[in-house]
Design a protein around this ligand. Structure first.
Ligand SMILES: [Ca+2]
Length: 350
């Protein structure tokens, strides 16, 4: 090698090392420590939450993610046990699970007072697969569990991922100092959370043509208004259109019948493909935009409370810290990545 080649190679090696050490725009490291994830699911009316759990477990098996805990935002006594069954099958039977306590904080959606979030699969899967959480309400309050989990982590290290309603995040922001941390909820989030990845919203229009907002954001509107408008760290939204273009699930047939995620899809739609809304948020939270998506311009996703069912509005603003995902790779190609993760392996890699 001549001297010029040597310095060229040395420069390239240094540049590569610097690039590998540089955090991406999403705040995730291109190489190094796994992303610390708290995933908040509803796992009830739709089945993509089950796919999101499968995807996250696989990413943890691969060393790309560390799962700190699972929160449940729906009002259904079988959802916690169903999540526990999935965690157990993936070899993580003791993963902490928190359950929403919306009512303790005065929450009742005025349109759906005390309404249970129905599920076609949660009870059947919970009854059929091994786990030890008997009822969702046997799990601790999700907001308090979240305080405990956050307090134990390094500063600005945790990625919150929500693929359901925002009841728990509102309760977390509203929480008071306790035995886990002397900080109130907002200060604790600001100290410990790197970013929040939210499957929710419609971008940039904010509403469907019929005027309605997106399901996750409008379900507990009061909570969404507080969580979205006041969240003190960067937020990235995987909006309705991102997951709507990706269909996954049928390949769960290739996994054994002992797989509770396969059973969720079996009971939900007979193991057909289903939109991948929640799975996109998990993939983004762990890998960043990669070559799957690009980020919108910075701005603010303003939540509006319209009677009980709210909607979002996108306001471009260079000094704000919200962004939403925009398609880059063709959705069917992203789908193949996601479905590969969804059906891969059922035990942690030793
Ligand atoms: Ca969901």
């Amino acid at each position: 090698m001549n001297k010029r080649d040597f310095w060229k190679r040395t420069w390239l090696s240094c540049a590569m090392a610097a690039w590998l050490m540089m955090p991406s725009i999403a705040g995730s490291w291109a190489a190094g420590a796994p992303e610390r994830i708290i995933l908040d699911v509803d796992l009830a009316e739709d089945v993509d939450d089950a796919g999101a759990l499968a995807t996250l477990h696989t990413l943890a098996n691969r060393g790309e993610a560390e799962i700190l805990g699972i929160l449940v935002s729906s009002n259904n006594e079988w959802v916690g046990p169903c999540a526990d069954a999935i965690n157990t099958w993936y070899g993580r039977p003791d993963l902490p699970i928190g359950y929403q306590r919306g009512h303790q904080y005065g929450y009742r959606n005025p349109k759906d007072p005390g309404r249970e979030t129905p599920s076609q699969y949660a009870e059947r899967v919970a009854r059929a697969f091994p786990h030890d959480l008997k009822r969702s309400s046997d799990a601790p309050d999700a907001a308090i569990l979240c305080r405990q989990l956050l307090a134990a982590q390094p500063d600005q290290s945790v990625t919150m991922v929500t693929v359901g309603f925002l009841t728990n995040l509102r309760n977390l922001l509203d929480s008071s100092p306790d035995q886990h941390s002397p900080l109130d909820g907002e200060a604790l989030v600001k100290q410990k959370v790197k970013q929040w990845v939210c499957m929710g919203g419609i971008f940039p229009s904010g509403r469907f043509p019929n005027g309605q907002g997106e399901y996750n954001l409008m379900y507990d509107t009061a909570a969404s208004v507080r969580a979205v408008n006041d969240w003190p760290t960067p937020v990235v939204f995987s909006g309705f259109a991102i997951g709507a273009g990706i269909k996954v699930g049928a390949r769960l047939r290739e996994t054994p019948e002992s797989n509770p995620v396969r059973a969720c899809y079996q009971h939900y739609n007979g193991l057909k493909d289903r939109e991948a809304w929640d799975l996109t948020a998990v993939l983004y939270a762990v890998r960043g935009a990669a070559n799957y998506w690009k980020h919108s311009e910075p701005g603010f996703c303003l939540m509006h409370a319209r009677v009980s069912h709210g909607y979002n509005e996108w306001i471009p603003a260079p000094q704000k810290h919200h962004r939403y995902l925009i398609e880059l790779m063709p959705p069917d190609q992203v789908g193949r990545v996601i479905e590969g993760l969804m059906i891969e392996g059922n035990r942690p890699i030793p």
